[in-house]
Write a protein that binds this ligand. Structure first.
Ligand code: 2AM
Length: 503
């Protein structure tokens, strides 16, 4: 048996692109890492292609060799397809001789309910841990945002590795520190990871991150579409606008890549913009749907997040839409005067809608912590999204500050900074939504965010009528405005004798 000095600090199973990149990131930070993949040729090729890394890379042909190559208690990261493959791999590891205090980290996009169940299922055989990883392939390679959830004692073993490999932000301004390269990780800065909570908390927060990502992308796409259709601008001109927006409060990875995307020419037709050659039918892998479904299950009004999922569903029925476009004629779009003012109004609409989208995401997490008995630190969660992940944005620094000022903030809209921002932008936001409606331009996310804002700030909603209807046809009862909450009433509808109304 190898002496413990030569053993790897950590193991990783699953050498698809995310697994490979995470393994290289770990090795770049000087950790010895043993790797295993079901298809052995992939492991051999990976080792062959990466002869020199600061930490030692050990390729293993069997799970027995793999287990024997890692220091105890073992930390084993699995990055396989979410679903039954996770259990298959854990069961194989157990058969190969994993010990009770070994830690298995599922770093895939697993459903948080599966992580809660698996932690219990394996509790007397190993320590099962879940960690969200965001940032795509490049994030995994040079610094992702990592959202770890599980037993706090296990976290102590993972923490040095997680903090080393995570993206880093500048301690002064909260901006991501760029410049990592193979073998040359960035040093210093605040790592974009922190312990989130027990069992499925990490995977839950990662899911909400993805739900927010859906709405962020939808809002940007609507801004692009409105600018294009109301002002008739070319993609190059639009790229300039997004580049410009990226210098201000909307500064974010998604706005930055949008500017790049809009400039891109079609390699197959160099005189065309690539964006115009891409079919308008969006795909999805399911985490947005999970977020929206969970909002429905918990009764939380995350309507814009759900709208973003439905917008992708609507985009996907392309043939039906093409047929409908010939029959269902809307208004003729009117020419818009004052391009500069319109661009600014759309920027404000995007910014205000974005505030509502994040308010919904944080409202969801606030409810989930009650549902699952977690204690989430929202400032820290916003903090770890400042770098590495797809929704990284300057804006998140303000969310961190909002929760640092008030850890029990009921809703982001009630934070003094965001309240001021949204009140300042609402007039232009309303103009844009009205213009979209008047011209028949779909802007479902802008509209649903405005509906969220107007509903949230309404002391009175028309739900009194809903309660009356429910009582009328189903004797479901109602509460009264002049009686304490929780006291329920019913009348026999319709009333036969009608006394004089009190007005
Ligand atoms: P493979 O190369 O042998 O297909 C993404 O699919 C990664 O998960 C790949 O590394 C893949 O290994 C691995 N994977 C998928 N299902 C698996 C399973 N049931 N057992 C082990 N590895 C699996």
């Amino acid at each position: 048996m190898a002496n413990s000095e030569s053993l790897a600090n950590v193991g990783l199973i699953g050498l698809a692109v995310m697994g490979k990149n995470l393994a290289l990131n770990i090795a770049d930070h000087g950790f010895g890492i043993a790797v295993y993949n079901r298809t052995g040729s992939v492991t051999q090729e990976f080792i062959r292609e990466n002869p020199s890394t600061p930490g030692k890379l050990t390729g293993c042909e069997t799970l027995e060799q793999f287990i024997a190559a890692i220091k105890q208690p073992r930390v084993i990261i699995i990055l396989v397809k979410a679903g039954p493959a996770v259990e298959a791999v854990v069961d194989q590891l157990l058969s190969a001789g994993l010990a009770k205090d070994d830690i298995v980290v599922d770093a895939g996009n697993s459903n948080w309910n599966d992580t809660i169940r698996r932690e219990k299922q394996y509790a007397d055989r190993l320590k099962f841990f879940g960690s969200g990883v965001s940032g795509g392939e490049l994030g995994a390679r040079f610094g992702p945002s990592l959202m770890p959830g599980g037993d706090p004692a296990s976290w102590k073993h993972l923490q040095p590795i997680w903090e080393a490999i995570a993206a880093k932000v500048d301690p002064v301004n909260g901006r991501p520190i760029a410049g990592a390269a193979p073998g040359k990780p960035v040093s210093g800065g605040i790592p974009c990871t922190a312990y989130i909570g027990p069992n499925g908390a990490g995977h839950y927060v990662k899911m909400v991150h993805n739900g927010i990502e859906y709405i962020d992308m939808q809002l940007i796409s609507e801004a692009y579409y409105l600018l294009r259709h109301l002002l008739g601008l070319s993609p190059d001109a639009l790229a300039d606008i997004f580049h410009d927006w990226n210098q201000g409060k909307l500064d974010s990875y998604l706005i930055e890549i949008t500017a790049d995307i809009l400039r891109q020419r079609d390699p197959a037709k160099p005189r065309k913009y690539l964006v115009d050659s891409i079919l308008d039918a969006a795909g999805q892998k399911g985490t947005g749907k999970w977020t929206a479904g969970n909002a429905l299950d918990m009764g939380i009004p995350a309507n814009s997040i759900a709208e973003a999922v439905f917008a992708r569903c609507m985009s996907a029925i392309k043939d039906e839409r093409v047929a409908a476009s010939k029959k269902l004629k809307g208004p003729k779009a009117a020419a818009v005067k004052g391009a500069k003012a319109m661009i600014e109004a759309i920027r404000q609409a995007l910014y205000c809608s974005k505030i509502c989208a994040y308010a919904q995401g944080f409202q969801l997490m606030r409810e989930a912590q009650k549902e699952y008995q977690w204690k989430l630190d929202f400032g820290s969660i916003a903090g770890m999204w400042r770098g590495g992940c797809i929704i990284r944005a300057q804006f998140l620094q303000k969310i961190t500050e909002a929760y640092q000022k008030d850890a029990n903030l009921v809703n982001l809209l009630m934070d003094p900074y965001f309240r001021k921002e949204i009140l300042a932008g609402q007039e232009q936001w309303r103009q844009v939504v009205a213009l979209a409606a008047k011209n028949g331009i779909p802007a479902p996310a802008f509209m649903s965010a405005l509906a969220y804002f107007d509903s949230y700030r309404a002391a009175v909603l028309p739900a009194n009528l809903i309660q009356a209807q429910r009582d009328y046809f189903g004797a479901h009862t109602y509460e009264r405005v002049d009686q304490p909450r929780g006291k329920f009433f019913h009348v026999d509808w319709p009333q036969a004798d009608r006394p004089q109304l009190e007005v």
